[in-house]
Ligand binder design. Structure first.
Ligand code: PLP
Length: 430
């Protein structure tokens, strides 16, 4: 397959005059792979169609939300039905109650929930709540974990042992970043050391229970349990950032899969079914500190808007045990396809998967943290990405991201992907 890209190129030339880098979120610009981003005209099921008429099998799914696939009829119907009654009222609606009820029913640690408009808002608000609840200022995050773009989370990855961090972006005051302590993912000893030094000052540990933003890195046995123990002993809160993993890796999210209960949970992506959403939740006595029940201020003009609530609820309705089993089976096949093709060509690969999110790291196994993930062959990634795109397979344009599968993906789609890899890998290696 050879793609036409004239219209995407024309639009991108115009876009860069109007928006920073031509995009509204950096990774979309395809800089890591050195290509013009494809401008998407529509999505249907597992497929994307761009403005030049190319069709792509989509493993990005808007970076995770579309677990039912693009424009799933059940989700579209739910949104349309609400849309016709008006889009936002700045007043309570039944849709908010219904989605909150679904979340609380499925995730035992979440007794109450507050809806916001993005994952960033959710994590930012959860940290404010944790600081208020504990009267402490410092937080701990893990190197290579992404929790949105709020100031406290934009800190430089420290190398090796845990370090005090510097801002990762101009515009983040050193005073703010300095309150964020970092440790390598899966390194409980480093977290213990932080608690020894700063225990009395730590409000919360925030973690992606399955890291997805350095590529998919599952927690090693005992890691999440250890975080639970350390935070409890020190009087700090444990925040699971389940913006990516929430309702994707398990019916009760990653905390259900691993059997560890955090104090606070942040969510987004799947619970909005492709519309802008985020949420934070947890035990009743914590959530009741949030305004207007309590003194911790947090608000939003469009928070809990009925379109996002309806899309989220319709998506959750599709996610029964059978749906998760299907996603698991299909994703295992995709993982196997990567391993098989790479083994045949004698190229190292480490495919790590939890449910329907996976990353084929172009490195030797295992990948346990960001430093391991950075050992990938990034030149090969770039070539492979281009060749797969030319084959009509739309992969995440970064070696540090997850592939996502949806209920709309089929065994035939995975087989097509395997065949495309068979053709693309030798060209990428050439
Ligand atoms: N937390 C995690 C784990 C995420 O993966 C993301 C986004 O990818 C965020 C937070 C931020 O969410 P949003 O992009 O909706 O602000």
């Amino acid at each position: 397959m050879s793609e036409k890209v004239a219209r995407s190129e024309e639009l991108f030339r115009h876009a860069v005059e109007l928006m920073p880098g031509g995009v509204n979120s950096p990774v979309r610009a395809f800089r890591a792979v050195g290509l013009t981003p494809r401008f998407i005209a529509r999505g249907e099921g597992a497929y994307l169609y761009d403005v030049d008429g190319n069709r792509y099998l989509d493993y990005v799914l808007s970076w995770g939300p579309l677990i039912a696939g693009h424009a799933h009829p059940h989700v579209v119907r739910a949104v349309r039905e609400v849309l016709e009654r008006g889009t936002s009222f700045g007043a309570p609606t039944e849709e908010e109650v219904l989605l909150a009820e679904e979340i609380v029913r499925r995730v035992p640690s979440v007794e109450m929930v507050r809806m916001v408009n993005s994952g960033t808002e959710a994590t930012m608000s959860a940290v404010r709540l944790a600081r208020a609840a504990t009267g402490r200022r410092r937080i701990v995050k893990f190197v290579g974990c992404y929790h949105g773009h709020a100031d406290p989370f934009l800190v430089q990855a420290g190398s090796g042992v845990a370090t005090l961090s510097l801002p990762d972006s101009p515009g983040v005051p050193g005073e703010t970043a300095g309150l964020t302590l970092t440790a390598p993912f899966n390194d409980l000893a480093a977290v213990e050391e932080l608690f020894r030094r700063f225990g009395e000052e730590i409000a919360a540990v925030i973690v992606e229970p399955v890291a997805g933003n350095m590529g998919v890195v599952p927690p090693v046995p005992g890691f999440l349990e250890g975080l639970r123990r350390l935070t409890r002993e020190a009087g700090a809160l444990l925040i699971f950032d389940e913006v990516m993993t929430g309702f994707r890796v398990h019916a009760a999210s990653a905390q259900g899969l691993y059997g560890v209960e955090p104090d606070l949970t942040t969510m987004g992506k799947v619970i909005g079914g492709g519309l802008p959403v985020g949420a934070y939740g947890g035990r009743r006595e914590l959530l009741e500190l949030v305004a207007p029940a309590g003194p911790v201020y947090q608000a939003g003009t469009l928070s809990g808007n009925p379109l996002a609530m309806a899309a989220g609820r319709a998506t959750l309705e599709l996610l029964d045990a059978e749906a998760y089993a299907y996603l698991d089976r299909l994703s295992a096949r995709l993982a196997e396809a990567y391993r098989e093709v790479f083994a045949r060509h004698g190229v190292p690969i480490c495919v790590q998967r939890v449910g329907s999110m996976l990353t084929p790291f172009l490195a030797e196994c295992p990948v346990r943290n960001f430093e391991d993930a950075r050992r990938q062959d990034l030149a090969l990634f770039r070539h492979l990405f281009r060749e797969m795109l030319a084959e009509g397979i739309y992969l995440p344009a970064s070696a540090f991201e997850a592939h996502f599968l949806s209920l709309a993906h089929t065994e035939d789609d995975v087989e097509r992907t395997r065949e495309a890899l068979e053709r693309a890998l030798p060209r990428a290696l050439a």
